[in-house]
Design a protein around this ligand. Sequence first.
Ligand code: TXA
Ligand code: MG
Length: 341
Amino acid sequence: MKSFDETDINTLRLGESEEDLETAAKIIADGGLVAFPTETVYGLGADALNPDAVADIYIVKGRPSDNPSIVHIADPEQIRDLTPRITEDMRKVMDAFWPGPMTMITEAKPIIPMVTTGGLNTVGIRLPDSRITRELIRRSGCYLAGPSANISGKPSPTTAQHVLDDFTGRIEAVIDAGPCRVGIESTVIDMTGEIPMILRPGGITKAMFEEVLGKKILLDPTLNKKPDPEKQADFKPKAPGQKYKHYAPDAEMILFEGDPDRVTAAIDEERNRRELAGEQVCVIDFRGSKQTAAHEIFARLRQADKDHVNVILAAAVPEEGLGFSVMNRLLKSAGYNIRRV
Ligand code: TXA
Ligand code: MG
């Protein structure tokens, strides 16, 4: 297992050639860490059934040990190795959305180590829509534990360079397959209850699930709540990762919400005021397209940090469909610092 001062690994930047895939697969099979591309964000991968390898993910990310890692598979039937039961609802959403940006929470088989499940008796399983990563899984002969490949609390990585910015010298390799298509993480849906419940909004929306399942589903009630530091006990999201500070840029961030014209005017006014005071300002206005918003948000937040901006002024986006998932990320990155205008 690695220690904190073991920071001088030669991190390989691999491509999509056969040879590079073999190299990556061998690293995983030998218990090392390889960051891998998916359609959502880059993941930090290790053999999900090797507790020492998964423990290394937590060390390099600085991730709390109670936050489970999802497990990536290459083919739908592999789910049988990880969970004892496939319900009718699970089958429907798997058929509809895999490969794709959906993580299903299901009962875990005992072969999955505690370090991977964060001590829960459930596991999140995902079949990503990335040929290269599915090939990596097949060749390594392992399932891939894979949280997003960012330092805990920071914006998720949507390019190999983002991964290298966080982990050069700390992981064995990253496979560079260009920018991620969706740009925000998968929808996490809990399939263990009578009625499925979305724990983290993502690329697959509530309406898309309801259409496929032919019934209404639930949203974790904490998704519509602002966490109150005074009342920590009341804020218990079912996905452990959702209770932590998330996606946070170094800069102060303000999210402007309200009538569209007033939002534009308020952002302009705040920008002028700040610039006059000598501050460097970044404006993020994604109201034009939800897809672009999802695709760009993490890269923009990371760029703002690289540019050492003092403040990010962001416009709220309409909360329908994918917009709800984007707003979830904007709210968290702004630390719920909302200005209603
Ligand atoms: O798109 C994605 O899901 C990316 C790519 C790499 O696949 N992965 C990702 O992993 O976003 P991560 O660890 O950053 O986020 C997974 C979320 C966390 O909030 C975690 O707490 C939750 O899923 N989760 C994982 N296993 C769970 C479980 N058994 N029960 C409840 N929530 C779970
Ligand atoms: Mg993450």
